[in-house]
Design a protein around this ligand. Structure first.
Ligand code: TZP
Ligand code: MG
Length: 203
């Protein structure tokens, strides 16, 4: 596994119970290994407000040496001096994204072997695979694939895999056991104590 995928925190203001900057700082104190700015969905900031929050979160990551990824939005990648971008199957084509950002890390979401077959996954640096468990953080989440789904994708690709979807302290063991990285929204952003929440996910 690529080191930064070990405990990869994803969040936007819509996921937080308190100030997103404090949430990110506390998550970093707990030991997250990467951060993805995913300002998206109901109650998410847009336009200049989104960019400004992104800049503040980016600054925090830079100060602590945490890789900073942008979800989907290729328009703000340069402005936020992102280290990488994460795209889904319905976003801009990965071939175009790779041409635009030859030197950045690119993550690609894949849910099934079928999606793998129709994707230029070889252009990505890692695959985000899930939802491994049931999630409430994504309205249009695909069907749950379980640990078997993770194993199926791992068996077909030479890329590092980070699992996503419904991962929390009670089920994380199964994900760690198959050697996948872990990405999490609500188990950290929805916690009153993000630092302790991360510590419980880190082993
Ligand atoms: N993609 C697949 S599931 C998911 C995304 C963005 C949401 C994960 O959030 P949580 O709260 O960790 O289940
Ligand atoms: Mg997307």
């Amino acid at each position: 596994m690529t080191d930064y995928l070990h405990t990869y925190f994803i969040m936007g203001s819509q996921n937080c119970r308190k100030d997103p900057e404090r949430v990110l700082e506390q998550a970093i104190q707990g030991g997250i290994t990467a951060f993805q700015f995913r300002e998206k969905g109901k109650d998410a900031l847009v336009g200049e407000n989104k960019v400004q929050l992104g800049q503040r979160l980016r600054r925090i990551c830079k100060d602590h040496g945490i890789p900073f990824f942008v979800n989907d939005d290729i328009e703000i990648v340069h402005e936020l001096e992102a280290d990488g971008i994460h795209i889904g199957q319905d976003d801009r084509d990965i071939k175009e994204v790779r041409e635009l950002f030859p030197d950045l890390q690119i993550g690609l979401s894949v849910s099934t072997e079928e999606e793998l077959h129709v994707s230029r996954w070889d252009l990505a640096d890692y695959l985000g695979v899930g939802p491994v468990f049931k999630t409430s953080s994504k309205d249009d989440a695909k069907e749950v694939i379980g640990i078997e789904g993770i194993l199926a994708i791992q068996g077909k690709v030479s890329l590092p895999v980070v699992a996503i979807g419904g991962i929390n302290e009670s089920n994380i063991n199964a994900v760690r056991q198959v050697g996948a990285g872990v990405s999490v929204i609500s188990a950290i952003a929805g916690s009153e104590t993000p630092k302790e929440a991360v510590r419980r996910l880190k082993f």
